[in-house]
Design a protein around this ligand. Sequence first.
Ligand code: SF4
Length: 401
Amino acid sequence: MKEIHIPEGINFDCTGCGNCCLMWPVPITNTDHLSLSSLSYSELQPATLSNQLFRPLHSNDPKLNVFTHTLEKRQDGKCKFLTQENQCWLHQQYGPQTKPAMCQLFPYTFNQTPSGVYTYLSFASTGVLLNSGQALTEQTELLRQKWDLFCRLFPGLSMNWSNIQLIDGYPLAWNEYMHLDQELLRLIKVGGPKQIDKTLAELSHYLVNVLPREINLEKLPPVKARTKVIDQVLINYLFHLYLPDDVFANQPTDLNSRTLLQSLIEPPETVRLNSSGKTGSFQELKDLALGELDQDSEDLLWRFIYCRVFAKLYFGAGFANLSILAGMHHLVVLIVLVRLKLKLLALTHPQAKPSFLETLEIVRTLERRLTQISLSQESTVILEVLLTSPERMQRILFLAS
Ligand code: SF4
């Protein structure tokens, strides 16, 4: 039996808000389909029943080969079983075990590594975003059941951790990584929510210092763009990838690496961030000091970083096969993107402090996108080149301060 590792200080109970039951079609297994097909739906609203409830799933994704159908959605994009009170009709009428297996699993997920299974919770869930409910460390039996369910739903999922690298070309054995991992988690815990920027800089600094001194992390292939323009172009591309205005629209799941390269070879005059009808130059965003966010927002960003590092969902098989340093810097950039989006929202009302609700919805979008993103090898190479620079990380952190 594999050891299940559980993050400390992380809580979850469903808040029943119904926000998890929006937009994306839920994949269901053949067992779900048979069991749901045998139920009586006479008490469901007629409008819900006017079309079919399930749609056959034809997916080429090997991770989804257990799933045979998806739940149909209503015209407003919500699940057909979501009631007007935002409750699951199946749960209400027939009990929690009647819900499709994917709904029962959410928001729990797991990452399999050579040192055991690491628990992660999706930050698309309101309960997770609010850290509401019982501590995960007190849910060990439930976590074991969720892990069994996860194994049934994703039987062929295998994580290849045999090729982890500190940076490209510097391989690391798993037990050597675990040594670093302990120190990274210690730095995160010591830093705590109030010092997230400082903690991110320390994580970067710690990993850079593990590398042999002769490595030049600032060396780039010849491009025309100046250093700061490279920062801005990179941020702009990642911003649109991870924080699109409409997360449920048909969004690209990869960086447009060719046009990104083109922008570095033929740099634009100015780079502006645009979002939700707002626009700002990087100079304007830099001039607007965000400072410390409210306590709840700082806590949330801290938990997001802690959970990703704890579950090893930021490098290697855990994320896009990035090296450990590039993966950590990618995490730094994700927090910077959240802060830049808050700055952009604040541009028109510079006196108003961003609200926790704004931060929460941005993190929810980010998490939703992270589950969709599938970076090509080309994109990974570009990120590896651009994200290993510690000086770039310092500048980017400063930009979002
Ligand atoms: S079946 Fe129930 S829990 Fe699952 S998405 Fe629909 S409303 Fe939500």
